[in-house]
Ligand binder design. Structure first.
Ligand SMILES: [Zn+2]
Length: 58
């Protein structure tokens, strides 16, 4: 059997977790804290609202 690894395509995320193959809808996660809530794109990077506040207040 081939290793599937991680595939991100068409909004779906497929990965292998030990003996399970997991298929779920892909949600963009913040590159800084991995949060998936309030994530927007900033200069090509995914960033959540609270990290964006952090950066923009500096
Ligand atoms: Zn964040």
């Amino acid at each position: 059997m081939k290793t599937i690894g991680i595939v991100k395509k068409d909004g779906l995320e497929i990965f292998v977790d030990k003996e399970y193959i997991v298929l779920r809808k892909y949600k963009p996660a913040c590159i800084f804290c991995n949060s998936v809530s309030d994530v927007t794109e900033y200069k090509g990077k995914k960033i959540c609202a609270s990290c964006f506040d952090d950066i923009s207040s500096r």
